[in-house]
Design a protein around this ligand. Structure first.
Ligand SMILES: Cc1cc2nc3c(=O)[nH]c(=O)nc-3n(C[C@H](O)[C@H](O)[C@H](O)COP(=O)(O)O)c2cc1C
Length: 214
């Protein structure tokens, strides 16, 4: 590699997060920060790294797109028979990590995931572009496949089957809703003295807030 990675360094000077500005409800602050990311035209503002736990207790992560925040829960869609789907069936504990580099911000969420009702998945599936709906039907997500050709052949056959019809959501595709129990907001600051605030959900359903060392 030509570049010495140790020489890549950036000061974080874009903002600060003050205790006085924290709302009681972390979902409010999350919505504000997500809107800031959208307004700042960051690439894929809804992209989020989802970590799940394997049956052996190993962490496993990948990126998905957040498709809503509904009733205090974070919603994303995927294949229920994918690797993440299998892991969530065995262990619903999950973490979500958002990072918006342009804004020097990140948010970490921890909680539990449940499948959304089929009607909710149907409603979102209908909004997806036709080809994405076909793709969801034919992709055995996370399974080994012989070739791209095999995938394309299945796609073309399925597209022909549904031509002129309303493409139905397959049972193995749908949403998860993540109920958070812990949400941390991180704003980069100069000299690596970042602002970090942790919201923790207490049994009385109120959120406690504390500042964490950077
Ligand atoms: C920007 C981005 C967005 C993605 N969005 C989704 C998504 O919303 N749902 C999904 O199932 N996979 C999405 N993927 C693909 C996943 O990262 C992953 O490859 C796939 O879900 C299979 O993961 P698994 O084998 O760990 O279950 C996205 C990937 C990227 C890079």
């Amino acid at each position: 590699m030509k570049t010495n990675l140790a020489d890549i360094r950036q000061e974080y000077t874009k903002g600060g997060l003050r205790e006085a500005d924290l709302p009681d409800d972390p979902l409010l602050l999350f919505s504000r920060w997500l809107q800031d990311a959208i307004d700042a035209q960051v690439e894929e503002p809804t992209a989020v790294i989802v970590a799940t736990v394997s049956p052996e207790g190993y962490p496993s992560s990948r990126t998905v797109l957040l498709k809503g925040v509904d009733d205090g829960r974070f919603i994303f869609y995927t294949n229920y028979e994918s690797r993440k789907g299998g892991q969530l069936a065995g262990n619903p504990h999950i973490s979500l990590s958002f990072v918006w580099h342009t804004l020097q911000r990140q948010v970490h969420v921890e909680g539990t995931a449940v499948k959304v009702p089929p009607e909710t998945s149907n409603a979102y599936f209908k909004k997806r572009p036709y080809k994405s709906r076909i793709g969801a039907r034919i992709s055995p997500q996370s399974q080994p496949i012989a070739s791209r050709m095999q995938l394309m052949r299945a796609f073309v056959q399925e597209a022909a089957r549904w031509f002129g019809k309303e493409v139905e959501r397959p049972d193995n595709w749908g949403g998860y809703a993540v109920t958070p129990t812990r949400i941390e907001f991180w704003q980069g600051r100069p000299s690596r003295l970042h602002d970090r605030f942790l919201y923790t959900l207490h049994p009385d359903k109120k959120w406690a807030i504390c500042r964490l060392a950077p």
